[in-house]
Design a protein around this ligand. Structure first.
Ligand SMILES: Cc1cc2nc3c(=O)[nH]c(=O)nc-3n(C[C@H](O)[C@H](O)[C@H](O)COP(=O)(O)OP(=O)(O)OC[C@H]3O[C@@H](n4cnc5c(N)ncnc54)[C@H](O)[C@@H]3O)c2cc1C
Ligand code: FES
Ligand code: FES
Length: 501
């Protein structure tokens, strides 16, 4: 029997029923609740006009994260708290008083951070998310932290400088503390013991709480669409108007949130957010993966999206697969017959075709930790630095022992119908001295490994040529004699455009 969705918004526990399971949070706020502060710009996670903050319990603690309301389906909000720009201003408590702006809003006013105002609620909520991560004892905000917080917000008229000024200014104003303890108590009261089954006109949204419930539901509903962060699936509804049928939501499955280190492997559960997953892996590969972490979509997309979703979707232009494959990662699949584990490259059979049985889900990804002699790099080429899908994404890994390359593993995105290893290039370099001669042999082989498509992101020629250039960059940064620091190479090779090949 269908149960209503329960969530907390504007100091009330609310219930929702009689809507399709794919009704978005943005539609609900604007059309059902008439809270129109949150805006719709693109309905695909790109502009940030719909940014809200969602609070949820993780290991008993409240986590507050900015997300794009246009991509979140309402049943995924069950048991969570939603905060919009309407929440920020303190109400007037007497007739004589005027409502008091939150320091984030006050700073935007003082620094002239708004003109037409369409983008402003989204910027305010991204800044509020940043504000919440800090306290009176935090060191001064760095420009980089502000850029990351605002990477998912576009403004057409004000320009960004006054908004960045506002980010600094909000810290100078008297602090407004947020009552996390009260929210934790409310969220505890909203938690369910067993799976949510929300239904409307025969379409079900299941939210299992543990792996056993998930496996049973998957077996019973092999056609159901699996939903994790919805940053791919959301667009199938908002842009393609697809009817998804039944949905099984993975976000409440406790076991899929695990992050563990064992036997020199980091295992990341499929429901761990992209931001948490990249934070965890960057502890081990800081200089190699930091830039990709920050250039993967925007912060609200990384808060909602998962590493499991990136791997399971397996887009040929997805950013995580090249480096995961180059490091020799495996994917753990869970079905009714138990678990199986396979090298990630073997998971991808053909375009959008994976080695995933009808009753299976991706449970986790296991990533080898670095070894002393490892040389590993990954590079993303896109037309824009922030919030853009790759034209080409490359990852190179090898053991460099006494100047000789061993265990060479190279993988690319954007070069084939699936994320794919460059096996001919690997063979040309394996066991060779890491020299200009080996580099040339690798560059030559790369052109045999791939025959990429031309599309709106890049031409085939551009892709092959930049892939070869990236191999050269890897050599420049890792060659035994006088390797260039990454920052030196960054200056001329960080992003690319068709014109700059
Ligand atoms: C604005 C924007 C920017 C983006 N930028 C980037 C980018 O820079 N780089 C990039 O690589 N991607 C990018 N993406 C794509 C997307 O964010 C990622 O692919 C993300 O990792 C998907 O994760 P998710 O949890 O949101 O997956 P969902 O959308 O929930 O699911 C994606 C697919 O995987 C399936 N699935 C999810 N979890 C599992 C599981 N555990 N087992 C089996 N199947 C599963 C779903 O059924 C669906 O087919 C962007 C998307 C948007 C909207
Ligand atoms: S409306 Fe543009 S990101 Fe949601
Ligand atoms: S103020 Fe007009 S889009 Fe930003």
């Amino acid at each position: 029997m269908s149960e209503p969705i329960r969530y907390f918004y504007r100091n009330q526990i609310r219930q929702l029923e009689n809507h399709a399971p794919t009704r978005t949070l943005l539609q609900h706020l604007r059309e059902d609740l008439h809270c129109t502060g949150t805006k719709e710009g693109c309905a695909e996670g790109d502009c940030g006009a719909c940014t809200v903050v969602v609070g949820e319990l993780k290991n008993g603690k409240v986590e507050m994260k900015s997300v794009n309301a246009c991509l979140q389906f309402m049943p995924a909000m069950d048991g969570k708290a939603i905060f919009t720009v309407e929440d920020l201003q303190s109400p007037a408590t007497t007739a004589q008083m005027t409502p008091q702006l939150h320091p984030v809003q006050q700073a935007m006013v003082e620094c002239h951070g708004s003109q037409c105002g369409f983008c402003t609620p989204g910027f305010v909520m991204s800044l509020w998310d940043l504000y919440l991560q800090r306290d009176a004892a935090s060191p001064p905000l760095q420009r980089k932290q502000i850029d990351i917080a605002l990477s998912g917000n576009l403004c057409r008229c004000t320009g960004y400088r006054p908004i960045i000024d506002a980010a600094h200014r909000m810290e100078e104003l008297p602090r407004h503390e947020f009552d996390t303890a009260a929210l934790a108590a409310t969220l505890h009261s909203l938690q369910r013991e067993t799976a949510l089954d929300y239904a409307h006109q025969g379409q079900h949204f299941f939210a299992p709480r543990n792996l056993q419930e998930l496996v049973q539901l998957r077996q019973a509903h092999p056609q159901a669409c699996l939903l994790a962060g919805g940053t791919d699936v959301g667009l199938w509804v908002t842009k393609q108007f697809r009817d998804l049928g039944d949905l099984i939501y993975l976000g409440q499955v406790a076991e899929l949130h695990a992050l563990t280190v064992q036997d020199d492997m980091l295992e990341i559960g499929a429901a761990v957010s992209l931001d948490d997953a990249y934070r965890a892996i960057c502890r081990y590969y800081p200089k190699e993966l930091q830039e990709l972490w920050q250039r993967f979509a925007s912060l609200p997309i990384r808060h909602a999206g998962t590493l499991g979703g990136n791997v399971a979707n397996g887009s040929p232009i997805g950013d995580s697969m090249p480096w995961l494959i180059a490091l020799g990662s495996t994917v753990v699949l869970q079905g009714s017959a138990g678990r199986r584990e396979l090298p990630l490259e073997d998971f991808y059979l053909a375009y959008q075709k994976k080695d995933l049985r009808a009753d299976e889900i991706v449970a986790s990804v296991r990533i080898p930790l670095p070894r002393a002699t490892q040389i590993f790099r990954t590079y993303k080429l896109a037309k824009r630095f922030d919030q853009d899908i790759s034209a080409v994404c490359a990852a190179f890994s090898a053991q460099l022992q006494n100047g000789v390359l061993q265990q060479v593993r190279i993988a690319f995105g954007g070069m084939a119908a699936t994320p794919k290893r460059a096996t001919l290039t690997e063979a040309a370099m394996e066991g060779q001295a890491w020299s200009e001669t080996t580099l040339q042999a690798g560059i030559h082989a790369l052109a045999q490994d791939y025959a990429p498509l031309s599309d709106m992101r890049a031409s085939s020629t551009y892709r092959v040529q930049t892939a070869q250039n990236l191999l050269r960059r890897y050599w420049l940064e890792t060659r035994p004699e006088s390797p260039l620091p990454a920052s030196a190479v960054n200056a001329f090779a960080c992003t690319g455009t068709e014109e700059s090949v």
